[in-house]
Design a binder for this molecule. Sequence first.
Ligand code: FAD
Length: 397
Amino acid sequence: MQKTYDVIIIGAGPAGSMAAIRLAELGLSVALLEKDTFPRTKTCGDLVTREGLGLLKSVGLGGWIASYRRVDALRFSAPNGSLLDVPVASPEKEARNRILPRAVLDATLAQVAAAQGANLIEGCRVTSVEITSEAVQVHSSQQSFKGHFLLLADGSHAPITRKLGLLREQPDLMAARQYFHCPHIEPHGPLEFHFQPAILPGYTWVFPQGDGSVNLGAGTYTQRINLKEIDLAVVLEEFRRNDPVMAGRFKDAEPIGQMRAHPLRTNVTSTKTHGERFMVLGDAAGLVSPFTGEGITSGMLSGAIAAHFLDDIFRAGKFTAEMTAPYTDALRLRYQGDQQAGYRLRSALRTPALLNRFFRMLQRDSSMADLFAAIMLDEKSPQLMLHVRNLLHLLRA
Ligand SMILES: Cc1cc2nc3c(=O)[nH]c(=O)nc-3n(C[C@H](O)[C@H](O)[C@H](O)COP(=O)(O)OP(=O)(O)OC[C@H]3O[C@@H](n4cnc5c(N)ncnc54)[C@H](O)[C@@H]3O)c2cc1C
């Protein structure tokens, strides 16, 4: 007879694996279905912020993360090329953020889920799903699975979430990255964010990985890419080869693999994130920050929040939309205000002239520079930068 799982999870990215770990810890039976086979590469900047590090520690990965590079400074460049360095080392000596390459992060989290008892099935591409008031049926080309509950963690392409009619919008941002071996870039140098005119309203990043390799990437609005105003591959190539400062630093750089691009979903209200017998997690739920493009931590947190509510739901034995609604309320409470402020800050800083002014202000005022660094590390809300006192500051800069 076909086994009935308590929870079936589609997608073993950070969101799906974190949910699987927490649900398995609660004693629920979990099938974690992933179309790829680990370790697999993932299009990302690999930056994990403080709250994300805390979540990884909470599932026993504190020792593991400590072996990856900590970041103690950020470097920003304004459209006019002026530089701003901001130290971000924590006084408690705890790393505020680390570079955790996704190829190993995702494989490690999925392995923790399997070690906790989740049935991790790799190479399993889900093709369709049926949700009835009685059960959930999930089909891949080779196998079918039955469960009481479904978690959709299928990323920003969200093929199954889309098939179920739960997406209300197309992804708003697009980003691309490529790894290079770079002999002329300091392996433990600052994480760099370059607000070049060619990519606004977005930025190009240079994230040294600590081992001689560098993650070079850029992200901006999908609309500008669709209108062919920006080609991310061209922006990155120009930056690396022709930027007066970068050309020397990328001299003798050897590419490691291809450039890869991926969309990001940055609006929590753009997905229907709950209903009878299902919840949607991570990128599929639109949890990426529209200002920074970061979504690993929010993905993992959504998995943990879903597991928290599922504990109550399984105890009550009721899987109705009314029972799952508090999950959406919790996501919106946590992310909607920050996302709206992120959009406002992005459009406030969309022209080179304003950004030059903005960075001039940050150069003069270290507390504002610290605030901006904390926003870029998702530690503080972009709302704080939009405070009227700060806007007046900007006008005077
Ligand atoms: C270029 C770029 C740089 C970024 N940099 C950062 C960064 O530095 N820091 C940060 O915090 N965030 C960053 N992000 C965002 C971050 O990558 C995502 O927010 C994060 O991966 C979301 O996790 P997730 O688990 O929701 O989705 P994903 O990590 O996308 O995982 C979804 C999983 O579902 C699987 N899947 C999809 N369809 C199916 C199917 N039909 N059947 C089975 N499995 C399926 C996929 O294979 C995948 O493993 C970046 C994104 C991009 C594009």
